[in-house]
Each structure stands twice: as structure tokens, then as C-alpha cells.
Design a binder for this molecule. Structure first.
Ligand code: SF4
Ligand code: SF4
Length: 75
């Protein structure tokens, strides 16, 4: 399963990643980060496709997307 990691304290709350995510799984947390913004976060990580659109759109390089190694072919 892909994993999305946010360097939360760098987020400026611009919501570009929220808009771009095709799975609509990114939203703004209710807590504040060190810069005083509500940071972006992912809840349903199992729905992430690892498309990396969020990481590419973020102007502050807050987001890193990790994809797992390709699964072994079964049978
Ligand atoms: S990698 Fe793609 S699917 Fe996953 S959170 Fe980012 S934009 Fe959404
Ligand atoms: S695009 Fe980057 S700076 Fe903007 S809300 Fe998303 S993580 Fe934060």
C-alpha cells in the first residue's frame, strides 16, 4: 500500500493538495502546526493510489509519497 507522509510543520494550508487528489482523501486537520496553519493530512491511507499528484502540486515540498515494491506475481 502506498504511504503519504506530510512534513506537517512546513504546511501553509493552501489546500492545493486537497483539490488535486483524485481519491479525495486529503483534508485539513483541525489542529494547528508550528506555523499556525491547519495542516493537510490523509485519513483513509488505504485508498491512496500512490499517484504522487499531491506531492508534485505542493509548493512547499511538504509531501512525500512512498510506493511499496511491486507485488510478487502469484501462481
Ligand atoms: S498520492 Fe495521489 S491518491 Fe495518494 S493522497 Fe496523494 S494525490 Fe491522493
Ligand atoms: S499543497 Fe502543501 S502546503 Fe498546500 S495544503 Fe497541501 S501540504 Fe500544505
Amino acid at each position: 500500500m502506498p504511504k503519504v507522509v506530510f512534513s506537517e510543520d512546513r504546511c501553509k494550508g493552501c489546500e492545493l493538495c486537497v483539490a488535486v487528489c483524485p481519491r479525495k482523501i486529503i483534508f485539513m486537520a483541525s489542529r494547528m502546526n508550528a506555523r499556525g496553519f491547519r495542516p493537510a493530512t490523509v485519513t483513509e491511507m488505504d485508498k491512496c493510489t500512490g499517484c504522487t499528484l499531491c506531492a508534485r502540486v505542493c509548493p512547499d515540498t511538504v509531501i512525500e509519497v512512498y510506493r511499496e515494491a511491486p507485488a510478487k506475481k502469484e501462481g
